[in-house]
Write a protein that binds this ligand. Sequence first.
Ligand code: KG4
Ligand code: ZN
Length: 338
Amino acid sequence: MSNPPIILGIESSCDDTSAAILQGQKILSNIVANQELHTQYGGVVPELASRAHQQNIIPVVDAAIKKANIKKEDITAIAFTKGPGLLGSLLVGSSFSKSFAMGMDIPLIAVNHMQGHILSHFIDEGESMPKFPFLCLTVSGGHTQIVQVESPNKMNVIGTTIDDAAGEAFDKSAKLLGLPYPGGPIIDKHAKTGDIHAFEFGKPKIKELDFSFSGLKTSIFYKIQNNMQKNPKFIDENLADLCASIQHSIVSILLKKLEKAIKQTGIKQLAIAGGVSANSYLRSELKNLSETKGYKLYIPKFEYCTDNAAMIAIAGYFKYLDEDFADQSETPSARLSF
Ligand code: KG4
Ligand code: ZN
């Protein structure tokens, strides 16, 4: 049997520049350069993100190749994020990948970022992997979806957000509390000592398997505004309780629809993916639910939850097996569905 292919993955869809090397499904390296510079602006500034990707991309790829202890001539194919994401950011990763593929005369593979998040479960680190079909709750800064995954290259979105994404709900709530960007991990941290029932917020009434978070945001805004008028120290004095209650509201919205999807499809294998799957309360609530109801749950390793190129490389690996290659005229797409 021939050796498994060595895939270089490139991720540059938002504010992380990442390169990873996989041999088959085994990881040899996964380097991520975060862009701290956006914190001061309270969100990602697209123009600055593109410039930082341009600065980081070659050093990050170089570091990934060195860490993997291979030569660039050993690479079988290069996979890059085609979208969805910020166009200027995507252009840096795609242009680099096309040049690399041409220079090295190797196949080029275009990967959907959200598909990458889901397939991160198939990076082989000696742990059990989901069996098909399974349901994946895919929750990031830009997306909130329930995906029915039939095979690595066949997946259908059966529920999606009609307004904000779950990560956005975390980040925008954090902003209302005066916390820096990205607020999700900070809310998670403060919530650990708070009471989840301290504050009640509006609950969405959306049909089928779709989500909505904009009403929650409005409800949080008025709760804070009304209380701050009475007590200017309201946020400071109640930060842990506010974070715990907000986090509980967001996670409850997610779990309610996931349970509905399980009932509708009869599929009892669950996975989570995307940046918000790093949330400790979501993880523990999902574990509780799965233990009580007898579902099989797969949670990705922490480093594969937020944006990384290992997930792009593993998605690239499955496309490589299908010989699903891109040509040099491929262009990135800010809005890309499955
Ligand atoms: O997948 P990701 O890294 O980038 C996108 O593709 O959007 O997700 C980033 C999102 C941000 O909204 C961030 O606040 C959220 O994931 N996030 C979290 C946590 N860690 C990251 N949200 C809640 N709790 C966390 N621990
Ligand atoms: Zn992502």
